[in-house]
Design a protein around this ligand. Structure first.
Ligand SMILES: Cc1cc2nc3c(=O)[nH]c(=O)nc-3n(C[C@H](O)[C@H](O)[C@H](O)COP(=O)(O)O)c2cc1C
Ligand code: SF4
Length: 504
């Protein structure tokens, strides 16, 4: 029997062998080339000392950012948000079961762990109430009755994309929460869903500025004329970059974004590091009063707290002028807040975290007798029901989140928000990458996230024995201290002494 191999098979094998040798030859040449480049360059010590293989370090360093979260990091280990926190948001947003089996994986021993104090006689389900709405700005022409205790924090159109803004706007309308525009002005996409909007006046006053970048009262009036625009927030500072203005890289300044902001296309959009007209507490009150007089709507400010002595002078000045002059709300941002882009030195080292600043500001407002007048909005990693419940116990009236909502839109914490390459379409204006973000489906997720989170805050409140979350007090939560024992928040932060006549 003949064992001859057909001729075409032999020819195929020869071709494959030649191709293989060619590929090996090319690879060898590339390696030799890289070797020569590496040993002759003087910029990278690793590549000079370990030519060719040293290059893998940069590759793995880059890829590690993505792989760590899937393969190596433990559930409660990563920053800014660990897998446990992220998966809570994903589950709540998808409206799937948020219960877990067997037992908690949360270690209750680390210092700072928050424990809520359940009541031996929890609120009966028939007595449980939904979180009631709260009025902001009682002295305005048009006060705002805010329905939701959990709302969407400022993220400018520019930092985030058209489908992201559209999904947030629709989702906010479905859930009945407000949506803060961030400092990039008001776009048609914000208005699209019909939700309540907080218009943020950033230091560059995008959307409400004159040609010389000063505040335009006419544009302010036009903005306030939208019924959906319920409040105005003057941005003094943001946790991720206190003392620095917003930064939108030129790659993200599309013609549409440039048009809404009133700036050139393709150039970096950099806001001043403060409002030029606000240089002290009195000028801040003047500015608030001016915006309120022009718009007729509640006006407050957003700041990350660092130095805090000025707050006493500020509250005293309010009591001198009359409580109508007060900001209708103050948003306190945490030093570990998020951003589209910020220098690491500010992000990592400047400002106080919310667990220090929130009780400090609440106590000062109480001490000056302004607790009912000024509403307090807590911001910074408020992404789970426990975070929100803690803030309410301390004294916040509302919580807002930015990154929680990015996760509800599908953010995988790839940390490239400033590069226009966001793989989930949230922070990129590249249409190819935006395809993955379906605004209709994601609007549902945004709404589910709000409603499920608020429901679970209510569950915590009922377990603590109060009918709804607005009745949570400092004695409803404890914090684990360095000696391993927990202490009631009301003991750590006792009621402040009144410091002004108005408070007595
Ligand atoms: C992509 C992105 C854009 C943001 N843009 C703004 C902005 O325009 N104005 C602002 O005051 N804060 C902005 N922030 C900060 C958030 O509003 C919020 O204060 C901060 O991220 C803390 O909340 P979080 O921990 O829930 O993200 C931005 C944050 C992110 C992540
Ligand atoms: S997926 Fe990455 S780049 Fe996109 S929003 Fe989330 S962290 Fe930013």
């Amino acid at each position: 029997m003949s064992t001859m191999v057909p001729e075409f098979v032999i020819q195929l094998m020869i071709v494959l062998a030649v191709l293989f040798l060619f590929a090996v030859g090319v690879a060898a040449l590339v390696i030799v080339y890289m070797y020569v480049v590496d040993v002759t360059q003087t910029t990278h010590a690793i590549r000079r000392n370990f030519p060719v293989v040293g290059r893998f370090r940069y590759f793995f360093e880059h890829m590690g950012e993505f792989f760590r979260q899937y393969f190596f990091a433990m559930d409660r280990e990563e920053m800014p948000f660990n897998r446990e926190q992220r998966s809570y948001v994903y589950r709540a947003a998808k409206n799937v079961d948020t219960t877990v089996a067997f037992g908690s994986t949360r270690d209750l021993r680390p210092v700072g762990t928050v424990l809520f104090v359940n009541c031996p006689f929890p609120t009966l389900e028939r007595d449980a109430e939904k979180t009631p709405p709260l009025e902001i700005g009682p002295y305005c022409e048009t006060p705002f009755l805010a329905k939701s205790v959990f709302n969407i924090s400022g993220m400018s159109f520019g930092a985030i994309s058209v489908p992201a803004v559209t999904a947030l706007s629709n989702g906010a309308a479905k859930a009945g929460c407000w949506y803060n525009t961030g400092e990039g002005g008001l776009s048609p996409y914000h208005l699209k869903g019909g939700c309540d909007i907080v218009f943020q006046i950033g230091t560059a006053k995008y959307g409400v500025r004159d040609d010389d970048a000063s505040l335009s009262d006419d544009k302010l009036r036009t903005t306030a004329a939208h019924d959906q625009v319920r409040m105005f927030e003057i941005k003094l500072s943001q946790g991720a970059k206190p003392g620095k203005g917003g930064i939108l890289p030129g790659a993200k300044v599309t013609p549409e974004i440039a048009g809404i902001r009133g700036i050139p296309v393709g150039e970096d959009s950099i806001s001043p590091n403060r409002h030029p007209e606000v240089d002290n507490a009195a000028e801040l009150l003047d500015f608030i009063g001016h915006v309120r007089a022009v718009t007729g709507k509640p006006v407050g400010f957003k700041a990350v707290i660092g130095a805090y002595g000025w707050l006493d002078g500020f509250f005293e000045e309010i009591n001198r002028r009359g409580i109508e002059s007060a900001p209708d709300f103050i948003t306190i941002d945490s030093a570990d807040g998020g951003t589209g882009a910020a220098p690491t030195s500010l992000m990592d080292y400047v400002g106080l975290p919310i667990w220090e600043s929130l009780p400090m500001v609440v106590d000062r407002i109480v001490a000056h007798g302004l607790r009912d007048r000024i509403k307090i909005i807590a911001s910074g990693k408020m992404i789970t029901p426990a975070d929100v419940a803690w803030a309410l116990c301390i004294g916040a009236d509302f919580c807002v989140s930015a990154r929680g909502f990015m996760m509800s839109l599908g953010c995988i914490q790839a940390l490239q928000c400033n590069k226009n390459t966001c793989p989930t379409g949230i922070t990129t204006h590249d249409p190819k990458l935006q395809i993955g973000l379906d605004p209709t489906d994601k609007a549902e997720r945004v709404a589910h996230y709000v409603l499920n989170l608020v429901h679970e805050v209510e569950v915590i409140a009922h377990s603590c024995g109060v009918p709804h979350p607005r009745l949570l007090k400092r004695y409803h939560a404890r914090i684990v201290r360095p000696d391993g024992r927990s202490k009631q928040l009301s003991e750590i932060y006792p009621d402040p002494e009144p410091v002004s006549a108005a408070a007595q």
